[in-house]
Design a protein around this ligand. Sequence first.
Ligand SMILES: [Fe+2]
Length: 192
Amino acid sequence: MPKAPYSISDSSKGKLDGLVDRIEADQGDLINLREFEERQQSLDVRQVIRTLPEGLDEDDLAGILHLALLTECATDIYVNEISSRARDFNSTWLERFNENVWKPDEYMHAEPFKRVLLALGCSEAELDREIEETQAREFEHVGGDSPIHVTTFGMVQEYLTDHWHGLISRLLRPSMPEAAAMTARIKQRARH
Ligand SMILES: [Fe+2]
């Protein structure tokens, strides 16, 4: 892989590793799937159609949730792309953050969308097939390879998906507060 021009002083690298040390030591609350199971019991999907904004129907809602589910299910692809670039540039802080902090949290992000789709009547086998198909796709990263490029890419991607989750949570809140809480939950980990 051609290396982008990138250099960082030893003291800056030490500061970044120290920052990851602190995050690793206090990771915030990871999602507990049991919490979702309890909430899933009380989802009332009949109410949701009644409260959708004008111009949005049940199919639109399913499409919105599908987009979130399939965007969130491909964690390993992103993890591998970012970690291999972190290793190329000897950026231990980036690889450690990616593997030890971001990955375990990210693994949980598809779950609420899957559970709401199941409550809407989607077939689990069909959802699993779509997830598998998405995970098998090749991700072509064209946004640059240095740690600055990939952290910027990650930050923008996370900002966008986080905002999307917030919009979904707002959409579900009047009719399915439990589903809204599940969706909002994936935005709540950060303490740092
Ligand atoms: Fe995510």
